[in-house]
Design a protein. Structure first.
Length: 81
């Protein structure tokens, strides 16, 4: 079973209501995605903490329904990780 782009976006948006989210299907197979998430909730967090927050928003689906997700996070103030 795979996840579609909309399902991934909905889960992330639920955890980060103010987020600007850009998700791409990298291989066109519904299994390999890239996500860029910009949220004020990342403010003051390390890169690792930000990425953990995104993984947690996926509610255990990473590695199961969602095979691969490359993550890039940005604070709303413009910092990137």
């Amino acid at each position: 079973m795979t996840m579609n782009l909309k399902e991934i976006e909905d889960l992330i948006k639920e955890a980060f209501p103010d987020a600007t989210i850009n998700i791409q299907d990298l291989a066109g197979d519904g299994n390999h995605y890239s996500a860029t998430i910009e949220s004020s909730l990342f403010s003051g967090k390390s890169k690792i903490e930000q990425h953990k927050m995104v993984y947690n928003s996926l509610k255990g689906k990473m590695g199961n329904e969602l095979h691969a997700l490359a993550i890039k996070t940005k604070e709303k103030n413009g910092s990137t990780s």
